[in-house]
Design a protein around this ligand. Structure first.
Ligand code: HEM
Ligand code: HEM
Length: 229
């Protein structure tokens, strides 16, 4: 049978390392916690969770230098022609079997991380009107400047949410229109692809390396929060 022959041609490839998967789903949950805590006025939770996300995102940025080949920043930048060629394949209703972020996916990753870094930085220095709710480093700058940080913090939320909604919509487009399930590999780490697409698998870094990066970043940041926060 044709379908069986096709299926037997598929090979399993490990695409996402444990660090990226834990980072991704933890980040998604914690961002929801940030939005809920801010909207209901639970600022103790907002600031503690915010400090945790800062650790997570710094670790991800370092993973962009020392992590798996498909998590590195070098894997997120493409030649201009690659974006154009990739866009041309989008209307095709078949999976792309990619083993890394696609050119357009990479733009989304860069945008999400960029808006997130801005959200976190402004949060660290933000203070409310009467100075009762403050980010850990607001103390080091003037009241006016922390109010500006607050304004930017609020304005950036809309951008951050918009890009995340677009990101989720893109995943649903791949799932329903292109019949390409990108979501499962973000949980399991692996995906099945035809043999000819599996020739150049990503070189995945070990979970131990991920743990060391997180432990070092967490130790330094907790020390900074305790000493200066
Ligand atoms: C994903 C990250 C974040 C999101 C989505 C987020 C979201 C928000 C939102 C929606 C508000 C407005 C609440 C209101 O209407 O009064 C807010 C306020 C605030 N956030 Fe964040 N935040 C994030 C990260 C952080 C971080 C890392 C810190 C500090 C550690 C922080 C500290 C603050 C402070 C101090 C305020 C009060 C500012 C004011 O009332 O003017 N936030 N945040
Ligand atoms: C607050 C919510 C979310 C945020 C902030 C977020 C952020 C991100 C980021 C930063 C990446 C890049 C991973 C990396 O290389 O570090 C990514 C990838 C990915 N996300 Fe999300 N995400 C969110 C929700 C979701 C949801 C709900 C889904 C499932 C529907 C999803 C599915 C994926 C998939 C499949 C990838 C890999 C895409 C690819 O194959 O290139 N994300 N996300």
């Amino acid at each position: 049978m044709k379908s069986t022959a096709n299926e037997s041609n598929l090979v399993k490839v490990n695409v996402w390392d444990l660090f990226i998967r834990i980072f991704h789903w933890l980040l998604a949950v914690l961002i929801v916690v940030m939005l809920v805590s801010a909207n209901f006025g639970y600022f103790d939770i907002h600031i503690t969770t915010g400090k945790t996300i800062v650790i997570l995102v710094i670790a991800r940025l370092i993973w962009g230098i020392v992590g798996s080949s498909n998590a590195r920043f070098t894997a997120l930048v493409f030649k201009p022609s690659a974006y154009i060629n990739y866009i041309k394949t989008l209307p095709q209703r078949k999976p792309g079997y990619s083993l890394a972020h696609s050119p357009i996916g990479s733009l989304a990753v860069i945008a999400i991380l960029g808006f997130l870094v801005f959200q976190l930085t402004t949060g660290l220095f933000a203070a409310d009107v009467d100075g009762l709710v403050e980010g850990p480093f607001a103390y080091y700058i003037s009241y006016e400047l922390s109010r500006t940080a607050s304004d930017l913090h609020l304005q950036n939320v809309d951008w951050l949410i918009s890009i995340i909604v677009l990101h989720i919509a893109a995943n649903l487009f791949y799932y329903f229109y292109k019949r390409d399930n990108l979501i499962k590999p973000m949980f399991t780490g692996s995906r099945s692809v035809p043999k000819d697409k599996s020739q150049d698998p990503p070189r995945l870094a070990s979970p131990w390396r991920g743990l060391i990066v997180v432990a070092i970043v967490a130790a330094i940041m907790i020390w900074i929060y305790v000493q200066y926060g």
